[in-house]
Design a protein around this ligand. Sequence first.
Ligand code: BG6
Length: 486
Amino acid sequence: MNKFPEGFLWGGATAANQCEGAWNVDGKGMSVADCSTYKANLDPKDYKAQHGITNEDIRRAMESDDIAKYGKRHGVDFYHRYKEDLDLFAEMGFKVLRVSIQWTRIFPKGIEQAPNEKGLLFYEDLFREMKKRKIEPLVTLHHYEMPLYLSIEYEGWYQRPVVDMFLKFCKVVFERYKGLVNYWLTFNEIDSAFRHPFTTTGIVTENYPAEKQEEVIYQALHHQFVASALATKYLHQIMPKAQMGCMMTRTLNYPENCHPDNCMLALKTNRENYFFGDVQVFGEYPQYAKNEWRRKNINIKMEPGDEEIIKCYPVDFVSFSYYMSMVASIDADKKEKVNGNLATGVKNPYLDITEWGWQIDPKGLQYSLIEMCDRYHKPLFIVENGLGYNDKVEEDGSILDDYRIEYFRDHIQAIADAIEEGVDVMGYTPWGCIDMVSMSTCQMSKRYGFIYVDLDDMGNGTYTRSKKKSADWYKKVIESNGKDLF
Ligand code: BG6
C-alpha cells in the first residue's frame, strides 16, 4: 500500500532546448544548446568527446544552418505542437509539467534592454494552456540554454555582468507570469558546471590554462549562487506565494566495500555533490569547500554583500535528478568501468545497466531521499528520473516498453518507501515524458518518453506522436495516486 500524500505532483519533465525546436523563429537568439552536435559512434565512455567544445566548434556552429547535425535546433517541434502534447499529458492525468524558458527567446543575446514580446507570448500561452488542462507549470529558468552571445562576449558566467542580465530576465518573466507559475527552479543540475562547463556556464575551457580552469568554474558558480539567491528574493517580492527550488544531479556514491579508505572516499565524493545544495539551502559556503580552495590556491572574487545575499535568500525546496548510482573505489584505475551521464565510474556488480551504460538502482533513490531529507529538512522534488532506450515500433504501430514500466515501477516504489520513512516529497516528474533530443549525444534514438515521436537521429520523420504501453500504465499510477503499480 503506497502512501503518496494528497496533492502529490505527478507529471513529467522537459527542457526547452531539447524539445521546442524552432531555434531561429520569432526572434529567438542562438543559445549554447544550438552548438551541440550529434555524436555518432563515439566511445560511450569518452565523456570529454561527448561534452567538450572548442572555439572552432562554436565558430562552425554559428556559420551553419544545419539542423540534422545540430539536433536540438529541431527538437520535437514542441514550439508548434505543444497543445497536442499537453492534451496527451492531460489524458495521462499529469498534475504538473516541468518546462524551461529559453532565455534567448526573451532576450536573444542577453544584453537587450527590452524583452522580445513574441517569446513572452509563447510561454504565456503555454502556461495558460497548461492551466486549462489543470497542469501546474514547474519552470526552470536556466536549463543548459544561455545566450551564446554571453558565452562569447562575457566568458559565460565567469564575468559578473551576466548576473545582472540573468536577473533582468528573471524579473521580466516573474512579472509576466505572476499568477500563472507557482513553482520555479533556478539552475538545472548546477553541479554539472564541472562535468560540462560550456552547457552549464557558457565557459569554453580551452580559453584558460589547465591549472586555472577549476578556479574559473568556481567563479562562475559563485555568480550563479548569487544569481540564484537574488532570483529567489525577487520571486518572493513579486509572487509571495510562489516557491523556488534549487536543482542538482544526485550522484550517490557507494563505497566499493567496507575498507575505511573506500568509505572515506565515498563520503568525500558525496559531499562534493552536496556542496551545491549546501550553498543554496544553508546559504553559505561550507568550511570543507573553503579549506579546499585554500589548499588548491583557488581565489574567488566576491563583491561586498555577496555572502549576505547568499545567506538571506535560500531556496524553498530542493529538487534533483536521479538516474543512477556510482561506486567510489580507491582502486578505480584497476576496476571495470561503466559509462553514465555523470562520468565514467566503477561498475557495481549488483546492478543492471542500460544500453548507454547507466546503472539502474531504485534503492539508491530511496537512499538519496532519506539522506537529503535528513540533511536539508526541506521538501524534496524528484524532477528527473528515467530510462533511455532505443524503443522498437511493432508492425501494428505499438511500442511495448515493459522495461520502462519495470524501471518506473521500481523507482516509484522506492519513493513510496522513502515517504513511509517520513520523507517529504512534493512530486515526481520523470524525464523526457515525451521523446526528445538527448542532451549529451543529440540522439533521438535514446528515448525516455511515455509518448513516442516519429523522428530519427538525422531529424527525418513525421513528428507524429503515439502513446507507448508505459503511457497507459503511468496514467493508472497517477489515477490511483501511486497505489496501482501493477
Ligand atoms: C539530465 C539533464 O542530466 O539528463 C537533461 O538535465 C538530460 O537535460 C537528461 O536530457 C538525460 O540525459 P541524456 O543525455 O540522455 O539526454
